[in-house]
Design a protein around this ligand. Structure first.
Ligand code: G16
Length: 541
């Protein structure tokens, strides 16, 4: 065992989901080691305990895994469960932590950000409930990064992660585990696999785009080998270190291969995609896109069709910028709906307390109490189970949902890679207007309130402030502005737009058309073009 002297780095503050930086930043001597040691320094009582370790396979995954194994050993973990070849999806890590009562887990991923020697890498810590470290833990880690002076590591050859089985490294048992098996077993306990098998037997057509990221092996085993979907259902199914040069973000812009297929002449009946580390999902029908906000509402409204949820939902939680579509379902069901800040970590306490069963975010994340992360393939299986049970198309299911509950028109406009200072100035400018905006009229819309969202956790009463500027209108429409906490360079401005339409004769409208006036109001109030220097958003979802 060696103790190495080091000095602190600035800027090792975890964002919305862990520490994300360019690979080159992580490759600086001691950079990764400092952060990992700071994680361990912030924890108590892990000696002899189990750590789960894996990543999405992006560039630098292999190197970082070896370093972390040697540091976990030197710091006294009794056992490390590590995915074969260093691979584990984020929801699989969550499931494995819970199944084996591990102390915690380390996930190597920058999620939906691109990978490769010149792209992004990331690291996040999950606690014993399987969920992302809450803010008090990430803050403690950050404080340790500022004062770190040494780290511990064993001097040993690299561990062979290609073969399943047990090894020892110093005093630590290293168990190389199948990356898919535990997760696949869990999925089988939640859904009606026989019903989904029947669906595929009847000739149902589907494509799942793994975007050359972690879900490829999971989807092949679950969809093709277990559920009988034809070979070729999973596309881009081999995880690559650079995700094939793509941007593994399952949205209408970046999942272009799938989108082209689903909007083409020979479109399958169902299309889905997942992101770099497997926690996000996008759902498509034939020439039809389901917004993540609608997806959450529809899963909730159809949960009674799914074996694991048929006894009822305890409640639903959604992040603040997510549309209120799920709130309407919760109201009809007579259950609570919670509004949390952006970041899956805010759902953990609600799930642990049994207050909610389903959670979702507009950022293509949906999940349930089966793990403590959002879960891309789980959402796909949930949809498949609904499709099998209802024998209707995706579009029909969504349209019937709107007819019953009304439609929450929704869109998010992202301005990526904006100069940070100018993005902060834009937010500042909104802050300055905050007290003057209420009661002002813009066309048909009158502002009711304007605030910067803050949240008090109902279980531990912790307070999170400055979580996004909300402008609420009298008819229930909303515009929300916030800066992303997951970017690596510059700032990403997110503008969230929502209006509610009960009249089903208007539900066919394109969201950009229905939201046109609100889009104009967002520009008038925030002066987006002036501050960002951009004529149009980078990504519209
Ligand atoms: C992460 C978080 C999500 C969040 C998303 C977007 O997702 O886990 O809870 O909604 O980032 O955050 P932001 O708007 O701050 O960029 P992922 O898939 O990147 O881990």
């Amino acid at each position: 065992m060696k103790t190495i002297s080091t000095t602190s780095f600035q800027g090792q503050k975890p964002g919305t989901s862990g520490l994300r930086k360019k690979v080159k930043v992580f490759q600086q001597p001691h950079y990764l080691e400092n952060f990992v040691q700071s994680i361990f320094n912030s924890l108590e009582g892990f000696q002899g305990q189990t750590l789960v370790l894996g990543g999405d396979g992006r560039y630098y995954n292999k190197t970082a895994i070896q370093t972390i194994l040697k540091m976990a050993t030197a710091n006294g973990f009794g056992r490390v469960l590590v995915g074969q070849h260093g691979l584990l999806s984020t929801p699989a890590v969550s499931a494995i932590i819970r199944k084996y009562s591990a102390f915690g887990g380390i996930i190597l991923s920058a999620s939906h950000n691109p990978g490769g020697p010149h792209e992004d890498f990331g690291i996040k810590y999950n606690i014993s409930n399987g969920g992302p470290a809450p803010e008090n833990v990430t803050e403690a880690i950050y404080q340790h990064t500022l004062s770190i002076q040494e780290y511990h590591i064993v001097d040993a050859p690299d561990v062979d992660l290609s073969r399943l089985g047990n090894l020892t490294l110093g005093q630590t048992q290293i168990q190389v585990i199948d990356s898919v098996a535990d997760y696949a077993d869990l999925m089988e306990t939640l859904f009606d696999f026989d019903q989904i098998r029947q669906l595929f037997k009847s000739g149902f057509t589907m494509r799942f785009d793994a975007m050359h990221a972690i879900t490829g092996p999971y989807a092949r085993i679950i969809l093709e080998e277990t559920l009988g979907a034809p070979a070729g259902t999973v596309i881009n199914g081999t995880p690559l270190e650079d995700f094939g040069g793509g941007h593994p973000d399952p949205n209408l812009t970046y999942a272009h291969e799938l989108v082209k297929l689903m909007y083409g002449d020979a479109a399958p009946q169902f299309g889905a995609a997942a992101d770099g580390d497997g926690d996000r999902n996008m759902i498509l029908g034939t020439r039809f896109f389901v917004t993540p906000s609608d997806s959450l509402a529809i899963l909730a409204a159809n949960a009674h069709l799914i074996p694991d949820y048929k006894t009822g939902l305890a409640g639903i939680a959604r992040s603040m910028p997510t549309s209120a579509a799920a709130d309407r379902v919760a109201e009809a069901m007579g259950i609570d709906c919670y509004e949390t800040p952006t970041g899956w970590k805010f759902f953990g306490n609600l799930l642990d307390a049994g207050k909610v069963t389903l959670c979702g975010e507009e950022s293509f994340g949906t999940g349930s109490n089966h793990v403590r992360e959002k879960d891309g393939l789980w959402a796909v299986l949930f949809w498949l189970n609904i499709l099998a049970a209802r024998s209707q198309s995706v579009e029909t299911i969504v349209r019937e949902h709107w007819a019953k509950y009304g439609r929450n028109f929704y869109s998010r406009h992202d301005y990526e890679g904006v100069d940070s200072q100018r993005a902060n100035d834009l937010i500042q400018n909104l802050h300055h207007q905050m007290t003057d905006l209420p009661n002002q009229k813009f066309g048909a819309y009158q502002i009711e309130f304007c605030d910067d969202f803050s949240y008090i956790d109902p279980t531990d009463h912790s307070i999170s402030t400055n979580q996004g500027i909300r402008i609420g209108f009298q008819d229930g429409s909303r515009i929300v502005f916030r800066l992303s906490g997951t970017g690596v360079e510059g700032a990403t401005l997110r503008v969230y737009l929502e209006s509610y339409e009960p009249d089903s004769t208007k539900h066919h409208l394109d969201a950009q058309v229905a939201l046109k006036e609100l889009i104009g109001i967002a520009e008038t109030i925030a002066q987006i073009k002036k501050y960002t220097g951009r004529e149009a958003p980078t990504v519209i979802t």
